[in-house]
Ligand binder design. Structure first.
Ligand code: FUC
Length: 800
């Protein structure tokens, strides 16, 4: 053990600072929805296309769902469980799968294979299209402006389109207000009386749109899949213009020759019994009684409180690429990925999307965040529990947005009562379980087919996310809130584990490794399996978390003992003849070697039972599996692999995956659309969030009992700084590095804690706490810093 004494104090730059170039911008209006710039305040979303003579703004409300509460559990499923297990243990997989398909999956039509709009399952839907038709009296035939720019600032969550026609400079500003819960569009021109346009509204189905007084409205009711009386919604649009006239006809508002005009768009649904008629009315009244400038200021201030909690900058050698419009910049990056500003932009765009697509007391971001332009959204725009909803939340704690965990917590909590019914129907078990997807109606049942629908790791994985938030925050009040949820999930798994006659291990059966299948003899394949690796890893982690929580809270001593005993009997990770981590209990060959899901690597990321320092053999096997799976896949799969390679401390490979994720998706393949939305394809927001988390994971890790700076830094990012990234144990970290080596770091304690920090090999260091010299203990290249809540440790590294 050695003791190193403090040498010098230093000051780290403050967090709240503007960063350069955090803008998406274009030289033309959007031609497709995936070129439109997304705005959102956690509930309401808007994607204006910035059109010159006609503009469409797609509107969203995150609560707008068709479908409704339904019983999807097969009451008699339990009768078939013994036989399915017997067949599985006898190796009669095909027979087991066929019995499962008939009797052990969902009752009824479930998710409708992702086409659930008119089923009880329902789907998240677009709210409507707002149509603006502009006319230019100075030159009615002119459509081509002499100047055009469309942009979105990530620093203030305001979009703009500016253009010049016949010498008149037009300017539009759009935002989804974080302070007033309303969408606002302001139109100005630099000459008087130049603003003339009409506004109307529609959607592909289930609407009436009408004008009452000076208000344009749209309302309707969605299909609940049973009696048709589903969710109701209301959109109200009002205008405030200066100069000129405001008139209307039956379904349009018309402005002529105004100097400026402001559109106020209020929308709501009756989700959770909200009085949507009244709430839209009062939102409009409040907004219209406030000046535009104040509204914008309040909006920006509310947004920045979250956004500026973390910053990142990477020295960029490609200033010329950084100056390009975002669509061209993406293309240039594919040829020359040295434009470090683009990963920074992508990182902050992910944080922007997270802040914009969820808010406490409401819903977590769904498969499309909150942005959709169709009635039947892909895969119902729902919450998939076998990677997608979890990936949506990966950046949350890492990038200092912990308050956005609340809607996720709330969704999971709401699943418990439904999952209890599912656990009872299928297993006669106490506790709760959820399979592979859910909606806003509490769906927890299995899915329609074995590959997707029989995987039982969903509830356990949700609980790992709940736990990780605790690991980051060390908030024991929160731990008390999640305890019943994670305990009941553990109780269910504990009850349904059975002894595998061949190995004596405690196994799940039936289950599946999410969406993958394996080869059997005679050209057959199946998905139904005993103890797929992900189940073992997820249950192992869940049991550890419940035991630790019970101990911390002083509860359930008997349960703790039982879980410990069972945990020791779970199947260990196994390695196949090719040196790869096995995805199933048996060394099956996967049907698709390059399958997008890498569920068996869950223990490496997002779990932490596999790590380079603690389990190097498994880490090597995980690496072999990753190599064998290959790099090309869907957007979210690339994003997952960035995180996995980061955990394997391979910065170059993680960077390669990141460049793949950022590939322009103009050819219908995976990558990134011009508006930086992730292309699965189609647009799925998980890849954005997974990419943001991956970038953070390359720069800072804390899963392995210590904090490690720059664990997977690619050569291209040799100089940079970040602030406000978070570590487990309740710490906010800032770091500045050069030549690939940490120079100065600081840890702000959000909780009392001893932070263990890996000393970069070859570095010496000095430490002060709030400016006071301290001696630091270190052992095995790990220094320990004991901090009280609110204290800051500053570390200076010296390199020979
Ligand atoms: C999982 C994935 C698909 C898609 C869907 C929404 O089922 O396997 O690729 O991302 O979720």
């Amino acid at each position: 053990m050695k003791v190193v004494f403090f040498i010098s104090a230093f000051f780290f730059p403050v967090l709240l600072q503007a960063q350069e170039g955090l803008q998406l911008w274009y030289k033309q209006p959007a031609r497709t929805w995936e070129e439109c710039l997304p705005l959102g305040n956690g509930r309401l979303g808007a994607m204006p296309d910035g059109g010159i003579t006609e503009e469409k703004i797609v509107l969203n409300d995150i609560t707008l769902w068709s479908g409704g509460a339904a019983d999807n559990n097969k009451e008699d499923a339990i009768r078939y469980l013994p036989e399915i297990r017997k067949l599985l243990f006898e190796g009669k997989i095909v027979e087991a799968e066929s019995l499962l398909q008939q009797h052990f999956l969902v009752k009824g039509r479930g998710t409708g294979f992702g086409k659930g709009a008119n089923l009880p399952y329902g789907c998240f839907q677009m709210l409507g299209d707002l149509h603006l038709k502009y006319s230019y009296d100075n030159n009615p035939s002119l459509t081509l402006p002499t100047y055009y720019r469309r942009e979105l600032s990530l620093e203030n969550a305001v979009a703009k389109s500016s253009y010049t026609i016949a010498g008149v400079n037009y300017h539009r500003e759009y935002f989804a207000s974080f302070s007033n819960d309303i969408i606002i569009v302001r139109l100005t021109a630099d000459q008087p009386r130049k603003i003339s346009f009409s506004v109307s509204m529609d959607r592909p189905e289930r609407y009436t749109s009408f004008v009452q007084g000076d208000e344009l409205s749209m309302s309707g009711q969605l299909n609940n899949g049973t009696d048709g009386q589903g969710m109701r919604y209301r959109v109200r649009v009002k205008l405030k213009q200066a100069g000129g006239t405001l008139t209307s006809d039956s379904n349009r508002l018309v402005v002529e020759n105004a100097d400026t005009a402001i559109l106020y768009i209020a929308a709501a649904t009756d989700f959770r019994g909200l009085d949507h008629e009244q709430s839209t009315l009062s939102a409009l009244n409040t907004a219209m009684a406030t000046s535009y400038e104040k509204q914008k200021r309040d909006h920006i201030a509310a947004y920045q409180k979250l956004f500026f909690r973390a910053s990142l900058s990477l020295e960029n050698q490609r200033k010329e690429q950084a100056a390009l419009p975002t669509d061209e910049r993406l293309k240039a990056f594919e040829k020359d990925p040295a434009d470090n500003g683009l990963p920074v932009l992508y990182f902050q765009f992910g944080r922007y999307l997270l802040i914009s697509s969820t808010r406490p007391d409401l819903l977590p971001p769904n498969l499309q965040g909150l942005w959709a332009n169709t009635i039947q959204t892909p895969w119902n725009g729902d919450y998939h529990l076998n990677i997608n909803i979890q990936m949506n939340h990966w950046p949350l704690n890492l990038t200092n947005l912990p308050m956005l965990n609340e809607p996720f917590y709330r969704l999971v909590e709401s699943l418990v009562e439904h999952g209890e019914k599912t656990a009872w129907s299928y297993y006669r078990s106490e506790g709760w379980i959820a399979y592979s997807s859910t909606n806003v109606w509490g769906y927890t049942s299995p899915g329609l087919g074995p590959a997707y629908g029989a995987a039982i790791s969903g509830s356990g994985w949700l609980c790992q996310m709940l736990w990780d938030h605790y690991a980051f925050t060390k908030d024991t009040a929160y731990l008390s809130r999640i305890y019943p949820i994670i305990k009941k999930a553990a109780v269910c798994y504990s009850n349904i584990l059975v002894k595998d006659p061949a190995t004596g291990w405690l196994v799940t059966a039936p289950s599946s490794s999410p969406e993958n299948s394996f080869l059997l003899s005679a050209g057959k394949s199946a998905s139904t399996a005993v103890a797929p690796t992900i189940d073992n890893q997820v249950i192992r982690a869940l049991f550890s978390h419940v035991m630790e929580a019970a101990k911390t809270l002083g509860r359930d001593a008997q349960l703790r003992k039982k879980l410990k005993r069972q945990q020791l009997q779970l199947p260990p990770n196994q390695i196949d003849s090719e040196g790869r981590l096995m995805e199933w209990l048996k060394p099956y060959q996967e049907k698709d070697r390059h399958h997008r899901h890498v569920s068996h690597l869950w223990g490496l990321y997002p779990g932490n039972e596999i790590s380079l320092s603690q389990t190097p053999d498994w880490a090597a096997a995980a690496k072999a599996s990753l190599i064998s799976r290959g790099d090309n896949s869907t957007g979210w799969s690339s994003a997952w692999k960035i995180n996995l390679w980061a955990r394997l401390h391979n910065g170059e490979r993680a960077f390669k995956l990141l460049t793949g994720l950022l590939r322009p998706a103009t050819d219908g393949k995976s990558g990134t659309y011009p508006n930086l939305f992730d292309a699965c394809p189609p647009f799925q927001i998980d890849g954005n969030f997974g990419g943001t988390a991956g970038i953070a994971e390359m720069l800072l890790q804390s899963h392995d009992r210590f904090i490690e700076f720059l664990p997977a830094l690619p050569d291209a990012w040799s100089k940079g700084r970040f602030s406000g990234l978070c570590v487990r144990g309740g710490g906010e970290v800032s770091l500045r590095w050069e030549g690939g080596r940490p120079r100065t770091a600081s840890i702000n304690a959000v909780q009392n804690n001893t932070f263990h920090v890996k000393i970069p090999p070859g570095a010496t260091y000095s430490v002060d706490i709030d400016g006071a010299i301290i001696g630091v203990r270190s052992q095995n290249d790990i220094m320990s810093l004991k901090l009280l809540k609110g204290q800051r440790a500053n570390i200076v590294f010296q390199w020979k």
